[in-house]
Design a protein around this ligand. Sequence first.
Ligand code: COA
Ligand code: AMP
Length: 630
Amino acid sequence: MTENMSYEKVYERSITDPEGFWQEAAEDIKWNKRWRKVLDDTRKPFYQWFAGGELNTCYNAVDYQVESGRADQVAVIYDSPVTGTVQKITYRELLDKVANFAGVLKGKGIAKGDTVIIYMPMIPEAVVAMLACARLGAIHSVVFGGFAPHELAIRINDAKPKIAVSASCGIEGQKVIPYKPLLDKAIDLAEHKPSACIIFQRPQVEALLKPERDFDWIDEMSKATPAECVSVSATDPLYILYTSGTTGRPKGIVRDNGGHAVALKWSMKYLYDVKPGEVYWAASDVGWVVGHSYIVYAPLLTGCTTVLYEGKPVGTPDPGAFWRVISQHGVKALFTAPTAFRAIKKEDPDASYLKKYDISSLKYLFLAGERLDPDTYNWASAILQIPVIDHWWQTETGWGIAGNCMGLEPFPIKPGSPTKAVPGYNVKIVDFAGTELPAGEEGYVVIKLPLPPGTLPTLWNDDARFLEYVTQIPGYYVTGDGGYVDQDGYLFIMGRVDDVINVAGHRLSTGAMEEIVSGHKDVAECAVIGVDDQLKGQVPVGFVVLKAGVERNDQEITGELVEMVRSNIGAVACFKQCSVVKALPKTRSGKILRATMRKIANKQEYTVPSTIEDASVLDVVKTAAKEMGL
Ligand code: COA
Ligand code: AMP
C-alpha cells in the first residue's frame, strides 16, 4: 500500500481517507471474521475501529508465526545480566508455553472478558501470561513492579481481577525485591479479592504460598491442558493499562484487539522500518505502555525477535551494557527513553565502552517517553552515527503520534522536535477556545477526532472520565501536552500542561503524591511539583505547611513524608526532596499557584500573577528551593 511513497502522500491519504487507509493496513492481520464497518462513528465521540470483525491477538502474534514458517525462529531473547542468564525461546516454544498457561488460567475459571492482574518482573513468564490472557480473550492488566502495594490495591479494586499472576521477586541491579509480600499486602488492602494467585518461584527468593489461594506456576503448568485461541470482537478489550492522571486515581486505559493489532503492525513497518525476522529491542519494562506495545505485541505480530532485558543501562555491570546486548543479539533497532542515554553519558561521557563491541547491526535508535533534550540527541548521534529518532506518544495512544517515519521518506532532523505527525494523527496546536494557532505560537497539542486505530476507545468502566479528553475542546482529543509547530511544520513538545510529571521516563502524578503527603497528621497543606533533573528529566519536590502548634523537628517530618510516598506509591516516584514552608502562594480564591512555583524552582522567568493573595510568599518558595539546592 504505502511502499515507495512519500511521507506527504501517505499522511495526506491517512487523513482524507482514514477508512480506506486502515482497511488496507488491516489486510496484514489474520481475521476470523471480516469487519462490518472499518470505522463505526455512530456513537461519537466513542469511535470503534473494525466493528463486527473478529480475531485473536495471540493467534496473530504466536500461532500464525509458527504456521507461516517461523516455528524455529527465536521469538524472545531473555537477556538478564542481573541473573547471568540468556535464554532464547523460539516461536514454537513460545506457543507451547502460552497455550499451556492459557490452559492453567482456563482451569482456574478464566474465560473471555474476565480480568487478570499481572505483577511481574522482566522475565519471560510475564510475556507468556499476557499472551495467555489474549489467547482466552481475557483482559490483562499489567502493573509495573516498582509500584507499592497501595497503588497495586487501587488497580485491583478498579480492574476486579479473578486471578493475580506474580513472581517471588524482582531484581533491581544488585537488589532482590520480594514481590509476594507486596502482592499479599495489596490484596489485604483491596476490597476486591482475586480468587487465586499464580506465583512463579524464582531461585533468588522462595515465596510463601497461602493454601487454597496461591498456586505454583511450575506445578500448574505441569498439569495443564493447552488451550486454543478464542475468537474475540475487534472492539473487545485486550488489556487495561493504568496510567497517572492528575489525581490519585489512575486512569484505566483500554486497548482493543483489532485496531491495536492493525496499528502496531503498521508502525513496525513504516515508523520503525523493521521487517519479519529482524531483532528489535525496546529497553523498557512490560509494566509500561512501551513494554506492552514494543516488547510484546508489535514485534511478535511482525514475526520479529524481541529482546526482553532484565537490567539497567548502567551498573549491570557497566555503561557498556546496551552495546553488549546489541552486539550479542544483532539488534537492528533500539527503543528506549532519553534518560537511559543520559545515564550512560554520565558514567561514560567518551563512550569508551562502545569501542569494545561491534554494534554494526544497529540501524536506528528510537527515543520516547519524555522530551529528548538536544544535548542527549547530539551525544547519541555523535557516538552511534545512525539516525536517532525522537518520537512522541503516550499510554493513551499506545503508539507514536509524531515521529520521523523510517519506513517512509525520512525528514532532516531538528534536535528538540519529533518532526511531524505520524500518518493517522491529525495534530493541531490550539488555544483554550479551540482556535488553531499560527506557526511558532505555543498552545495545547490536540489531535482531531477520530483518533487512529490502536488508541484508547475509552477508560475502563469510566466513559465519563474518557469524555474529559474529548469534550474540553470539541472535536479534538486533548493530549495534556503543550507545544508548537514551527515555520517548517515541525512539532515541538514542550511538556505537560497538567500535574503529570515524567521521572526517568516513568509517568507519575504529583496530585497522587500530594494526596499521600497531605495524609500526614502534621501537614496542613502541600504542593508537589516537578523540577528539572539532569539525569531523570524531572523529579518531584514537596513544599509543606504544617498544622498550627506542631513543634516537631522539620527534618523528622519531611523524612516521614519521603518514606510515606515511597511505601505508598513506590520507590519509582523518586520523591526525595521536601521542605517545610510557612505558607504556599495562592490566588485570592485559595488556589495554590503551582505553575508559578514550578517556574521559581526551575529558575525560569515568571510574572507575579495578578490574582495572587500575598506576593511575599513567593520569596518563601524561592528560599526553600535554594535551601534544597534547586
Ligand atoms: N521493581 C521494583 N523497584 C523498582 C523497579 C521495579 N520494576 N523499577 C525501579 N525500581 C526502583 C529502583 O530500584 C529505585 O529504587 P531506589 O530508590 O531504592 O534506588 C527507584 O525505583 C527508582 O528507579 P529508577 O527511576 O529506575 O532509577 P534508577 O536510579 O534505578 O535508574 C535509570 C535510573 C535512568 C538508569 C533508569 O530509570 C532507566 O533505565 N530508565 C530508562 C528506561 C525506562 O525504563 N523507561 C520507561 C519507559 S520507556
Ligand atoms: P506515558 O503515558 O508514560 O507514555 O507518558 C506520556 C507523556 O510523556 C506525554 O504526554 C509527554 O508529556 C511525554 N513524552 C513522551 N514522549 C515524548 C517525546 N518524544 N517528547 C516530549 N515528551 C514526550
